[in-house]
Design a binder for this molecule. Sequence first.
Ligand SMILES: *Cc1c(COP(=O)(O)O)cnc(C)c1O
Length: 217
Amino acid sequence: MSISENITNLKKELPNHVCLVAVSKTKPIPNIMEAYNAGHRIFGENKIQEMVDKWEQMPKDIEWHMIGHVQTNKVKYMAEFVSLIHAVDSVKLLKEINKQAKKHERVIDCLLQIKIAKEDSKFGMTEADALALLNNASVKEFENVNIVGLMGMATFTENEAQLVSEFSRLKNFFDTHKTAFSFKTLSMGMSGDYKIAIAQGSTMIRVGSSIFGERYQ
Ligand SMILES: *Cc1c(COP(=O)(O)O)cnc(C)c1O
């Protein structure tokens, strides 16, 4: 099936409250334009330079999401246009996003990445670290960032019970603190596990290979 068929079919399948981020990392612009021409406008990248290159060359009504780990010294390159940063994991990073957003007179939406996977390689904060960040007095004074919710990546496994347990734990944490911190977005679910993530309460899924095909890089 083609990219436009893949994305159109996927969107038909999604409940209305679930937002689709089409993960276009490593994919060339003509591939992304196929999804764009099928009406899609929200794309996710995990490398800042690649996202900047695509932003420069592509239509300006695209919403670009940074879904990967962010190095503090690279925030300046995306501050002008990024629409949501999914993987904030420290006060230091948030402070830099706030500073760079201010230069562009913007307020940048961010998600805190919570570590839910059992694997060590995944980034993200513990629930306790996230609460400490959310309650940090200096964070409360950042006027150019808006923490709108949480993001999590489950273990890479086909064990459904484990996926259910990791996603439901994050959903629970989200619900417990939703009102206090005005959370709106819970980003969880990728090609292999988005159905389980949605069943566990995800409001935003990040899907790459099911739309664009496998990545070889
Ligand atoms: C690459 C990536 C995805 C998409 O992965 P697929 O399995 O191709 O859907 C989702 N989230 C993050 C953080 C990624 O890096």
